[in-house]
Write a protein that binds this ligand. Structure first.
Ligand SMILES: [Zn+2]
Ligand SMILES: [Zn+2]
Length: 376
C-alpha cells in the first residue's frame, strides 16, 4: 500500500505553519486515540499514521528532506535519502503533547499570542479614629495610578526603535520543556511571557510603557468597621500585562488607640474613677460615650472594680447592625494631699467606723475570716 502524503494525512497545506500542523495533529490524535477507540484496528493505524506525519513535519530537517525527496527522504526502510528514524515509539509522546497543552499555560488560548497577566493587588493602610469607625465617614486617599507613557506611546521602546519578537519563545511568551512523557509549558524566562524584547528601552518610562502617577480616590468607611478589616476597590490595583485586567486595591483599616475607650468586638470598655465618698454614698455620675455624655445612678456602697453595663452604648456592628454595650469599670480613688482638717475628719471617721464593727467593711471582714482560717 502506497504511503499517504504527510500533509494529506494531517489535512494541511504544503506551506502550513508549525502551529497549523500542531493544531490539526491534536485534533486528529484525539479523534483516533486508542483510548477512545478500543479494539479498532483502523483507528490505531490512523493514529500511528497521524503521529508519524506530525513528527516528520514538525522537525525542520525532516520536513525539508521530505519536501525534497518525499517518503524516500525520511523513511529508513526505503534506503537512500536522509534516513531519520521513524517514530515507532509508544503513545506516550502523543499523550505528552496533548496533556501538555491541556494542563500547561494557564490564562491564554491554545497556541495564541503572548501570556496575559492580571495586575498585582495593592494595599493601602488607612489610620482612623475610634469615633470615625463608630460613626462611619467618607474620605479621600491618594493612591498610585499608571498612565500610558507619552514618549513611547506605551510600547516601552525608545522613540525611533520598536520591540522585537523574542527569539527564545518565538513570540509565544511560553516555552516547552520535555519532562519524561510530558511536555510542560512555562513562561518564557527571557521575555517573561510578553513575547517581545525591547532592545532600547524608552528613557521616560524605563521600558515599562507606562508612568506612575497619583490619583485621588473616594473611600466610604462604613459604620462600625473594625481594626484590620479591608475595603476592596475593584480595578484600582496595578495594571495588567499584555491587556490583562488590573488588580484590586485594598484599603486596610487601622484604628488608633483611644484615650478613654477600649474596643472589644462591638463592645466598649472604660475605667471610671470615683471618689470614695461617692462610692460610699452612691448618687448620680456622668459617663462619657462615643455619642456624648450620659448620667446614671450608682448605688450606695459601690465597691472598686464593680462594672456597670450601659446597653446599646457600644458600637453598631458593621455586619450585625446591632449596637454593642458600654462597660464602665469603677475604680474607687484614695484621696491624696489632704489638709490637716481633712485628715482629722478622716481619723474621726475611722474611729467611728471601727467602733461600728465589721459591718462597714464587708471585704475586710471576709478577708480577716480567711486569714484566721489559714492560721488555725
Ligand atoms: Zn516610555
Ligand atoms: Zn520569550
Amino acid at each position: 500500500m502506497a504511503k499517504r502524503d504527510f500533509y494529506e494525512t494531517l489535512g494541511v497545506a504544503k506551506n502550513a505553519s508549525e502551529d497549523e500542523i500542531k493544531k490539526s495533529y491534536r485534533k486528529l490524535a484525539m479523534k483516533y486515540h486508542p483510548d477512545r477507540n478500543p479494539d479498532s484496528k483502523e483507528s490505531e493505524e490512523k493514529f500511528k499514521e497521524v503521529k508519524e506525519a506530525y513528527e516528520m513535519l514538525t522537525n525542520p530537517e525532516k520536513r525539508e528532506a521530505y519536501d525534497r525527496y518525499g517518503h524516500a527522504g525520511v523513511d529508513p526502510n526505503m534506503g537512500g535519502g536522509g534516513g531519520f528514524g521513524g517514530g515507532a515509539g509508544g503513545f506516550g509522546d502523543a499523550f505528552g503533547d496533548i496533556f501538555g497543552d491541556i494542563f500547561g499555560g494557564g490564562g491564554r488560548g491554545r497556541g495564541a499570542g503572548p501570556q496575559v497577566y492580571r495586575g498585582a493587588d495593592l494595599r493601602y493602610n488607612l489610620e482612623i479614629t475610634l469615633e470615625q469607625a463608630a460613626h462611619g465617614f467618607d474620605t479621600t486617599i491618594r493612591v498610585p495610578s499608571w498612565d500610558k507613557c507619552d514618549t513611547c506611546h506605551g510600547s516601552g521602546a525608545k522613540p525611533g526603535t520598536s520591540p522585537v519578537t523574542c527569539t527564545t519563545c518565538a513570540g509565544h511568551g511560553q516555552v516547552r520543556m520535555q519532562q519524561g512523557f510530558f511536555s510542560i509549558q512555562q513562561t518564557c524566562p527571557k521575555c517573561h511571557g510578553t513575547g517581545k524584547i525591547i532592545p532600547e528601552p524608552c528613557a521616560a518610562c524605563a521600558g515599562q510603557g507606562r508612568i506612575k502617577r497619583n490619583k485621588t480616590l473616594e473611600v466610604k468607611i462604613p459604620v462600625g468597621i473594625d481594626n484590620g478589616m479591608r475595603i476592596r476597590s475593584s480595578g484600582n490595583g496595578e495594571p495588567g500585562t499584555n491587556g490583562g485586567p488590573s488588580g484590586d486595591l485594598y484599603v486596610e483599616i487601622h484604628i488608633k488607640p483611644h484615650t478613654v475607650f477600649q474596643r472589644e468586638g462591638d463592645d466598649l470598655h472604660c475605667e471610671m474613677p470615683i471618689s470614695f465618698a461617692k462610692a460610699a454614698l452612691g448618687g448620680e455620675i456622668e459617663v462619657p460615650t462615643l455619642s456624648g455624655k450620659v448620667s446614671f445612678t450608682i448605688p450606695e456602697g459601690t465597691q472598686s472594680g464593680k462594672t456597670f453595663r450601659l446597653k446599646g452604648k457600644g458600637i453598631k456592628g458593621v455586619r450585625s447592625g446591632f449596637a454593642g454595650d458600654l462597660f464602665c469599670h469603677v475604680a474607687v480613688e484614695t484621696p491624696v494631699k489632704l489638709t490637716e482638717k481633712q485628715k482629722d475628719m478622716l481619723r474621726d471617721f475611722e474611729k467611728l467606723t471601727t467602733e461600728g464593727g465589721a459591718k462597714h467593711s464587708p471585704q475586710s471582714k471576709t478577708w480577716r475570716d480567711k486569714v484566721k482560717d489559714f492560721f488555725e
